[in-house]
Write a protein that binds this ligand. Structure first.
Ligand code: PAN
Ligand code: ZN
Length: 195
């Protein structure tokens, strides 16, 4: 991989970077078990498999001094009352942070740590969120119409651990209620019902 400095553009109109290595599209079918309303999830899949989010990433060598970075685009939509969102993950190396900078749209970064604490931070254009080391994170699009576009950067040796979230979900769900969003308990996440 090239070890020289480089520059690039964030192409806002097209929601992409002028240079990147990977472009991942996550369709609804890739989020099996993540949305609480499974009947709504299955129903939605019967009529298609919409792209829930996309990621453009500039990869870097897997070492502590590097900074992989990219653009995350969560499309608008809901499964039942629950907004479209990313899978969410811990970093494999727990002691690694991340920065998200919102460029477009309106969303939430939902976070939780292994001690059972949780937090949300709103994402609006110009707003930055610092995901502290040890906190799992998921981006959620609260808009009915607009994409949620964020720029992220994290340490090169962080790695991604999806398993804990896939197994138990997040402690909280973010749902639409009376025209606004609510953060509610995830009864599955609390272990009351097995997913
Ligand atoms: C981001 C996320 C991106 C997609 O690059 O990977 O927003 O979310 P999932 O990885 O949860 O599908 C990041 O947090 N990297 O560490
Ligand atoms: Zn991350």
């Amino acid at each position: 991989m090239d070890t020289h400095p480089f520059g690039m553009e964030i192409l806002s109109c097209e929601n992409r970077l002028s240079r990147f290595h990977t472009h991942i599209c996550r369709p609804l079918s890739a989020l099996k078990g993540q949305f609480a309303d499974q009947a709504a999830y299955n129903q939605m899949l019967r009529t298609g498999d919409p792209v829930v989010y996309e990621v453009y990433e500039v990869l870097r060598p897997v070492v502590a001094g590097e900074l992989p970075h990219g653009l995350s685009i969560v499309h608008p939509g809901r499964v039942g009352d629950e907004y479209f969102m990313t899978k969410g993950h811990f970093h494999s190396v727990r002691d690694t942070a991340e920065i998200y900078h919102c460029l477009k749209g309106h969303g939430l970064l939902l976070m939780q740590n292994e001690g059972g604490e949780w937090a949300t931070e709103e994402l609006r254009p110009g707003r930055l969120v610092y995901v502290a080391p040890g906190w799992a994170h998921r981006s959620i699009n609260l808009s009915e119409t607009e994409d949620l576009v964020t720029f992220f950067v994290y340490p090169g040796h962080a790695g991604h651990d999806y398993e804990a979230i896939e197994r138990r979900g997040f402690l909280k769900l973010v749902v639409q209620c009376d025209g606004t969003f609510r953060v509610v308990d995830n009864r599955v996440g609390s272990g009351v019902v097995e997913r």
